[in-house]
Design a protein around this ligand. Structure first.
Ligand SMILES: Cc1cc2nc3c(=O)[nH]c(=O)nc-3n(C[C@H](O)[C@H](O)[C@H](O)COP(=O)(O)OP(=O)(O)OC[C@H]3O[C@@H](n4cnc5c(N)ncnc54)[C@H](O)[C@@H]3O)c2cc1C
Ligand SMILES: *[C@@H]1O[C@H](CO)[C@@H](O)[C@H](O)[C@H]1NC(C)=O
Ligand SMILES: *[C@@H]1O[C@H](CO)[C@@H](O)[C@H](O)[C@H]1NC(C)=O
Ligand SMILES: *[C@@H]1O[C@H](CO)[C@@H](O)[C@H](O)[C@H]1NC(C)=O
Ligand SMILES: *[C@@H]1O[C@H](CO)[C@@H](O)[C@H](O)[C@H]1NC(C)=O
Length: 499
């Protein structure tokens, strides 16, 4: 402590002295209250809990987790929707059935989470016109075939670029190279389903080299399974948490090393330690900090780093994308859409690309509840977050009347999650844009002094996913432990060639 004060004093000016005096004062209080932990982990989502568990497993048990909200789980977040448990955040275990086992799938199975295999094969018979009614199967199939041909060839182009050390291009550029840019409303709907629905950003933004092929699917398998369980998808985070945090007799985490409702607003760091300040005025000290907040949060000034993060770090953080994916749930008094095998997913084709395009009926997941899910992304998500839900509902009802006729009932309930406006998320998941090399991407997770970084956006191969957050937590914890052992950290980037 003396060392840190001495170091900071050399930089102090005028009013900062008063701030510092206050810091030292509160800080003595914190010391009196208990032992100084080795690591403060900011955020109790999948990556923060995974990192904390990995540290704990390796003997670093004097940790303190500070979470801004009143819950554990972060972007895995169930809510009660008209008496049903639905997921506002992550919903699928993505990447199942391949050569490697997705660790999240293993946990979901161990917990016997109720999941449903998603079969998209019959979309060609379930695609609706803007003017109403279904397209003939062969019309949709033609657009689907085109999409498959384009993405197959895009993967070849991607491999070609890598093999020849050429610059990255966008997915759209790879379509242009093939002289076939999806442009009819139907082609755009399929293109939106293929890309925006996975990355939540359009093909002109998304990196070809880093998404085609996508390691999630090539390593873990092509299948995706939808979680619909009263315990919520977040129960996999709780499952991990309860392996190293204490619980009370009702199974609720009551470990003093986890503090909820603690919004971290400042992190002072020096070669001798970190001082973390929360919005309620508390001050915590530790040897190291591990930041697990979303890259969307890191792109804002919610957390004030002192000294500021270096330019190379800020450039890498700001250059990556936080995408927005909005899952709108609707409930009706009766069912007016087809149900049964091969009808779960359907598309709506509109001249405006991405206008309420992708639909799912939830008869399997919530039998008899008459629930639909429609997904929007990007600019549409931003627009919808800023208008009243009643307007969104009116737009959606007009779309449904286009598809199913005028005599359908009004939705009785609507749920519009607002991830972008939420200062603790600022979007839903990261997406790899063109213009970010693997070297620059790796700088996002590189530690700065005693401050370490984790989160889905730091996952070496699986950014944007739950398994990415889980594996990133383990990687960041291991990195911290190996640096602690050496007493300092020489960080080796993944690829120093900067390709
Ligand atoms: C709508 C949506 C759909 C998705 N769909 C899927 C899917 O189907 N399949 C899939 O695999 N993945 C999906 N994802 C992505 C997946 O949810 C995330 O990759 C993963 O949950 C991120 O975990 P994390 O620990 O990196 O971040 P987070 O879960 O964001 O955890 C960070 C924690 O930090 C907290 N925090 C933020 N600021 C502060 C602060 N200043 N002080 C203290 N705490 C703070 C937050 O409250 C949060 O709890 C989806 C995400 C969303 C939002
Ligand atoms: C991609 O490359 C492979 C191997 O060279 C080839 O067999 C395949 O036909 C190509 N795919 C497309 C869609 O061109
Ligand atoms: C466990 O903790 C929860 C939340 O603090 C509390 O509501 C519950 O009563 C506790 N159960 C027991 C058995 O102490
Ligand atoms: C739906 O498909 C499954 C598996 O293919 C089959 O077991 C089931 O009987 C089918 N249900 C109906 C209603 O056709
Ligand atoms: C495909 O969808 C159509 C239209 O909803 C449906 O009639 C048909 O049974 C489905 N086919 C299969 C194989 O599931």
């Amino acid at each position: 402590m003396g060392e840190m004060v001495a170091m900071d004093r050399s930089k102090m000016l005028g009013t900062q002295i008063a701030t510092m005096a206050l810091l030292v004062f509160c800080f003595s209080g914190a010391i009196a209250a208990g032992k100084v932990p080795t690591v403060i982990i900011v955020g109790a989502g999948m990556s923060g809990i995974s990192a904390a568990k990995a540290l704990s497993d390796k003997g670093v048990k004097d940790i303190l987790i500070l979470e801004a909200t009143n819950r554990v789980g972060g972007r895995m977040w169930k809510t009660n929707f008209a008496g049903l448990s639905v997921e506002m955040g992550a919903n699928w275990v993505e990447g199942v059935g391949g050569s490697e086992m997705n660790p999240i799938w293993e946990m979901a199975n161990r917990l016997h989470l109720q999941t449903f295999y998603s079969n998209f094969d019959n979309l060609s018979s379930n695609t609706y016109k803007q003017v109403g009614g279904l397209y003939e199967e062969f019309v949709t199939q033609k657009a689907i075939d085109l999409g498959e041909k384009l993405s197959g060839q895009s993967e070849n182009i991607s491999k070609f670029l890598s093999a020849h050390g050429l610059e990255d291009i966008s997915i759209l550029a790879s379509q242009r190279l093939q002289n076939k840019v999806p442009s009819t409303p139907m082609e755009m709907a399929i293109d939106y389903y293929n890309y925006d629905c996975e990355f939540a950003e359009p093909p002109q933004v998304t990196s070809l080299r880093n998404t085609q092929p996508l390691p999630t699917f090539s390593n873990f398998g092509e299948d995706v399974h939808f979680v619909a369980d009263p315990r919520g998808y977040e129960s996999v985070v709780h499952y991990l948490a309860k392996q190293f945090l204490t619980i009370n007799k009702s199974g609720i985490i009551n470990d003093p090393r986890l503090l909820l409702n603690k919004v971290v607003t400042e992190i002072r760091h020096s070669p001798s330690g970190v001082i973390v300040k929360t919005e309620d005025g508390s001050i915590y000290r530790a040897k190291y900090a591990m930041i697990s907040t979303s890259i969307g949060v890191l792109q804002t000034d919610l957390i004030n780093f002192q000294p500021k993060l270096p330019t190379w770090k800020m450039l890498a953080i700001d250059q990556f994308d936080m995408a927005i994916y909005t899952k709108i749930f609707l409930k009706f008094s009766k069912k007016f859409w087809p149900s049964g095998n091969g009808t779960e997913f359907f598309l709506y084709v509109h001249e405006k690309r991405g206008y309420y395009t992708v639909w799912q009926q939830m008869e399997r997941e919530y039998p008899g509840a008459n629930v639909l899910l429609v997904t929007v992304t990007g600019d549409e998500s931003r627009r919808i977050e800023q208008q009243p839900d009643s307007e969104t509902k009116a737009e959606i009802m007009a779309v449904l009347r286009d598809m199913f006729g005028k005599n359908i009932p009004e939705a009785t309930h609507i749920l519009v999650p607002k991830w972008w406006s939420n200062r603790f998320y600022k979007g839903t998941f990261s997406n790899w844009p063109i213009g970010v090399s693997r070297f620059e991407f790796d700088q996002i997770r590189a530690p700065v002094g005693r401050v370490y970084f984790t989160g889905e956006h730091t996952s070496e191969h699986y950014n944007g996913y739950v398994h990415g957050a889980y594996l990133a937590g383990i990687d960041s914890a291991n990195m911290m432990i190996s640096c602690m052992g050496k007493g300092k950290c020489t960080y080796h980037h993944v690829d120093s060639k900067g390709t």
